[in-house]
Ligand binder design. Structure first.
Ligand code: PLP
Length: 439
């Protein structure tokens, strides 16, 4: 672990204190929603899974970012008169409207991958220059849409994309995305995107011939990066591309250090990334990042209802009772993060019979083995093949799962008709966030 500065230490103490408050607000919201649901009487779907989102956690993550990457932010600051400070948060991993509204008020920018994401952000009243269209392979009509709405910043990583931009938006501000070593990331992206380093000089020459405006370099070290040194290598590679660009005649002004930041390793990444940026790029270079998961993962909790249970007869006969639990949400729904994001959500008991157990174990907590399944008819719809929970849970009980804010709801499908738009209840565990939301 990196040594924390006094400011970082103060911040993490205050964050911990607020998290205690947050937990009690989340517990209260979960409980007050389900205590009015009588599964024997409610309308069809009245017991559907639902989220509780703590907007205070989004606010804390933003403050944490600012505390931990101070060496990057002043680079923005220097430009703040003509180019406002932007930290384009990746819209793709959670498009919750309240989250986006809060981020807009916090002054972040937005990384969008499609026309729909761009439109959602513009509809919030966010100025076009706070948006980067960070998809190196864009739909032609979306490029026209970006041009019509003056979304100038966009990434590219191949010659065809340069011809496309030349045709539909020749005044765009282009950012060359380079590939990275993302072998230690949860989700690899450089298999699909990013120009190999031996192609960047040719790309820059072509952009120059086409009289296109290249303004910077971007990279993404893979989502859920576990290797802070990958950021350092990518920063050094970006430096080489800046130098190549200078030879072609471009004076690049912006470095985009992408996404990949985790909720549990920001400090470790910052301890290496901040100094690397500082070492290889002078303060005149604007530095932006595209964090996604980091902002939202821990802010969302989901509650699910136990709709069915089957006893595993062989285990029962062997004297080790175990059950298959069926929930009303699964991998085709909000647990799509299991498939697409390699997550392993951990079930916890929220309500058993008349008792609530948020954040605490059931009184006589003898553990029972379960496998946990989603509601669709597909065998792949398994949330956990084996886990232990206190109590013998029954149909009508409730479970909850923490850390369900990233790459979950946004990639849910409607397979089997189970995924109606699930309700999100909001709590705000930070006065600063509350004040912003009311402003
Ligand atoms: N930027 C781009 C271009 C991405 O493709 C992604 C995720 O796929 C992100 C940012 C967000 O990444 P993360 O959620 O790992 O921070």
């Amino acid at each position: 672990s990196p040594k924390l500065s006094p400011q970082q230490r103060r911040f993490s103490q205050s964050k911990a204190a607020h998290e205690v408050l947050a937990q009690s607000m989340i517990a209260h919201a979960l409980q007050s929603h389900i205590e009015n649901i009588d599964p024997d009487q409610c309308e069809a779907g009245g017991e559907d899974a639902f989220f509780v989102a703590d907007l205070g956690e989004i606010y804390r993550q933003h403050m944490r970012w600012k505390v931990n990457l101070p060496r990057i932010e002043p680079f923005y600051g220097i430009h703040s008169r003509d180019v406002p400070l932007t930290l384009p948060v990746a819209v793709k991993c959670n498009q919750d409207p309240a989250v986006l509204r809060l981020l807009a008020k916090l002054g972040t920018g937005f990384d969008c991958a499609s026309k729909t994401e761009i439109k959602q952000i513009l509809d919030l009243g966010v100025e076009p220059h706070r948006i980067i269209y960070a998809n190196p392979c864009k739909t032609a009509s979306y490029v026209r849409y970006a041009a019509d709405n003056n979304i100038r910043m966009m990434t590219f990583d191949n010659p065809e994309e340069l011809y496309k931009v030349k045709k539909f938006f020749p005044d765009a501000s282009l950012v060359l995305r380079i590939s990275t070593d993302d072998s230690k990331a949860l989700c690899r992206l450089s298999l699909k995107y990013g120009a190999p380093l031996d192609s960047t000089a040719d790309l820059l020459r072509l952009a120059n011939e086409l009289e296109l405006n290249v303004i910077g370099v971007s990279f993404h070290v893979g989502s859920g990066s576990t290797d802070p040194s990958a950021f350092v290598t990518a920063v050094k590679d970006a430096r080489k591309v800046f130098d190549e660009a200078a030879e072609v005649g471009y004076d690049l002004r912006m470095l985009d250090v992408g996404g990949g930041y985790g909720t549990d390793n920001l400090e470790q990444i910052a301890a290496m990334l901040g100094p690397a940026v500082d070492r290889y790029f002078p303060p005149s270079i604007r530095v932006i990042a595209e964090p996604g998961r980091y902002y939202v993962e821990t802010a969302f909790t989901i509650a699910t209802h136990v709709i069915a249970r089957r006893t595993v007869q062989e285990d029962m006969m062997a004297g080790q009772p175990s059950y298959m639990l069926y929930l009303n949400d699964g991998v085709y729904g909000n647990f799509s993060n299991i498939i697409f994001d390699h997550q392993h959500p951990v079930p916890r008991v929220l309500k058993h019979g008349p008792n609530y157990y948020y954040n605490s174990l059931a009184k006589d907590s003898q553990l029972t083995r379960y496998s946990v399944w989603g509601p669709t008819c597909d065998g792949i719809d398994c949330i956990s093949s084996s886990c232990f929970l206190p109590e013998v849970l029954e149909v009508g009980d409730w479970l909850y799962f923490n850390n369900m804010g990233a790459y979950s709801k946004c990639s849910a499908t409607k397979f089997n008709g189970f995924n109606d738009d699930h309700r999100v209840m909001y709590v705000v565990s930070e006065a600063g966030a509350q004040a912003l939301l009311e402003s």
